[in-house]
Design a protein around this ligand. Structure first.
Ligand code: PMV
Length: 315
């Protein structure tokens, strides 16, 4: 049997994180230059499936009860596929290898990327068709497993590999954008999305009125951002990213490390910069004037201490 291969992009949230949990719209874009990939090949010397993530290897038996922590999400995905298809995989001589360039717990969708990848290759292993709708549904189940009460934006943008506007009650719509260049810089500080979302929820419970206002203001930034993306209005897009950042700061999800990288990007003439994802760590997203400027910003941010820097173009 031929090898089965799949590859998926990272993602960032351009506008609307946190507010999206409270049913405001958010815009997410794929980061096609940063990817995760998976391959299944077949080896007759294997008596049961072998799963390898980086240098970790697990010989997997469907009857296994004690699964190492590092593999639990993979086994959960395998079991979801088995339940969904109501059948076991026929073969046991397969080897699944996963590798990812996406930094973990930095707001770039690493967990959603692995889920989408797994469903793509496992359905093909089972010889079944997987629609985009089913893929988004299944990867959302995995997002709940990872993050508690996720909005569903990460798995949708990664499965579609296209910019989307997303609202919990309405789902997603693909959006047409003009070309923009961005830089992503990682503070090196890991964060847990579920706990940052839970902290915002606690503060919201104590102060519903002002938090609702902030969420609504973020929702309005997102809809103006949609126009700026469609029209190719770079100064407006930058301004809106800055406004979104100050609203995220009011929600209490920025951090000194994020603020510092944002300040550096703005001082080097980025038209806009903001944290992306849950915040309290993770990455910033800065808009650049053109591709050369994006590379220059990336070098500056890495020199200033960012632990990863990526340049990406939205076309
Ligand atoms: O940091 P990430 O990539 O997990 O994004 C979190 C975005 C939130 O809006 C804070 C939560 C969500 O589920 O949408």
């Amino acid at each position: 049997m031929k090898d089965i291969k799949a590859s998926v992009p990272a993602k960032v949230i351009l506008f609307g994180e946190h507010a999206v949990v409270y049913n405001e719209s958010a815009i997410a874009i794929p980061v096609s230059d940063v990817r995760a990939s998976a391959m299944i090949d077949f080896d007759n010397s294997l008596s049961e499936p072998l799963i390898a993530v980086d240098n970790w290897k697990l010989r997997y038996s469907f009857a296994d009860k004690d699964i190492p922590q590092k593999f639990q999400h993979i086994v959960k995905a395998i079991n979801l596929v088995r339940e969904t298809l109501n059948s076991d995989f026929q073969r046991s001589n397969w080897r699944l290898r996963i590798s990812s360039q996406i930094p973990i717990a930095r707001g770039m969708g690493s967990s959603a990327a692995i889920s989408v990848l797994l469903f793509r290759v496992l359905f093909r292993l089972a010889g079944k068709e997987l629609t985009q709708k089913k893929l988004i549904e299944l990867s959302y189940e995995m997002e709940k497993f990872h993050h508690g009460t996720p909005s569903g934006i990460d798995n949708a943008v990664i499965a579609l590999e296209a910019p989307i506007i997303f609202q919990k009650s309405k789902g997603f719509k693909l959006i047409n954008t003009k070309k923009f260049h961005f830089v992503i810089a990682d503070t090196g500080v890991g964060k847990k999305t579920a706990s940052v979302v839970a902290d915002v929820a606690k503060r919201y419970q104590k102060n519903k009125r002002s938090y609702t206002e902030i969420f609504k203001a973020i929702g309005s930034v997102t809809s103006q951002g949609l126009d700026a993306l469609r029209l190719g209005n770079k100064p407006k897009l930058g301004q809106l990213m800055n406004l979104n950042q100050s609203l995220l700061d009011e929600l209490g999800v920025s951090s000194p490390e994020l603020d510092r990288l944002i300040e550096i990007a703005l001082s080097k003439k980025a038209p806009g910069a903001k944290l992306c994802g849950a915040g309290k760590g993770g990455c910033i997203l800065a808009l650049a004037n053109d591709h050369d400027h994006a590379n220059e910003l990336c070098r500056t941010l890495l020199k200033a201490g960012a632990v990863h820097g990526f340049v990406t173009t939205l076309k």
